[in-house]
Write a protein that binds this ligand. Sequence first.
Ligand SMILES: *Cc1c(COP(=O)(O)O)cnc(C)c1O
Length: 481
Amino acid sequence: MADISFYTGEDIPLELHKVRIVQKLDLVPVERRAEAIREAGNNTFLLKNKDIFLDMLTDSGVNAMSDRQLAAMMIADDSYAGSATFTRLENKLEEIFGTKYFLPSHQGRAAENILAMTFVEKGSIIPMNYHFTTTKAHITRLGGSVVELITDEGVRLTSDNPFKGNFDLEKLEDLMKKEGKRIPFVRIEAGTNLIGGQPLSLENIISVADIAHKYKKLVVLDASLLQDNLYFIKTREESAKGLSIKDITKKIAEKMDIIYFSARKLGFARGGGISLHDRNLYLKMRELVPMFEGFLTYGGMSVREMEAMTVGLDETMDESVISQGPLFIKYMTDELVKLGVPVVTPAGGLGCHLDASRFIPHVRQEEYPAGALAAALYIAGGIRGMERGTISEQREEDGSEHLASVELLRLALPRRVFTLSQVKYAVDRIKWLYDHRDIVGGLRFVEEPSSLRFFFGRLEETSPWQDKLVKAFREDFKDSL
Ligand SMILES: *Cc1c(COP(=O)(O)O)cnc(C)c1O
């Protein structure tokens, strides 16, 4: 997606691709939507796809593939060992990251498992800009802990700071001095997922690596959301404007000891792996791959997906390909800001994030505003988002509720999947819901699993607000869906 301006002055992103395969969508009536969300226990993870119009749950494994990716899948080499498909993928990673070695894994969290089992022990501390759910789970499972070193600006919901994912370098130095012995590596998460897909600057990434190396620590990059971060460096960082996406990637990669990624995001396919420069580190981790993933030349992935990933990684180096996600997200975020709807700013990668605490301030945190907003938006528009608030937390050991620091509804925009009119529709229904926000009430658990409750938990409304919402919708939309 290039910077193409319109004669009439309209400011909209222009797609530089055409659609050649489509999937039919249905929008079921609002009455059915209210029934469906009740059947799903007010948990959007439990909705059935036939009831969903716009699936904005996640960007994981649901990005559109290119014609070149689909074509490459046809030449995949299925050999158990020595697959030519693996060699092509390994070579592509060497081309873009300069890394000589690659360990395949079935997805991102499997790479995290291998890293944690190799480097984390009881008492280890892993500094990072911000945690990701699966990363933290693997580290704490082995008795380690996570220390977040994001700048104060990073957790402010509304801001114009272009690099909210940056590390606070002073905090990193201090931690190195105080706890250096317990730190096996520093983890940098590109395109910081849980704070709204917010990037780090190239300058910050390099400084973090230099500090870590000064204290003789490894530097690990979680590159799952690197593609958005690359685009933001290119467009937001003055000193990087003259660099190509390939140059920026090289500059980052040469500073890293280990780069791992979820190819459900990076590379527009499904899978993952670990890329690295050093043979000794490679040998240290290698034996875990056949034990937990699969043989070294597929690591639990389908070879077809690996071919698609190789091409997808190549296409990731093309600015006009990777700009699509951020530009659509910016469009959606800007439109909502214009309409006065509370959203996280500046727009990041991954998706648009509604701030449920300001959207429905009358719903107490104990009644899960982000979860209630997710249910309400599904009723209002058949749009499925993901709760990122207190429901996504775990209770304390004494059973009390751990209130999340932010209550967000994440509306992911899988890359190249939605059209601009679909995004406009989402904005329209969000605005309608905002104008009827007083109707929206809270939720309470009726079935609460003891771990990962956001995946399987079931909730009900704390007062009969959902029927009122359906009634208000019918009054305004008459016969329209
Ligand atoms: C998705 C993601 C992971 C985990 O990858 P999976 O393929 O879902 O296992 C790790 N880190 C970040 C930043 C992610 O976005």
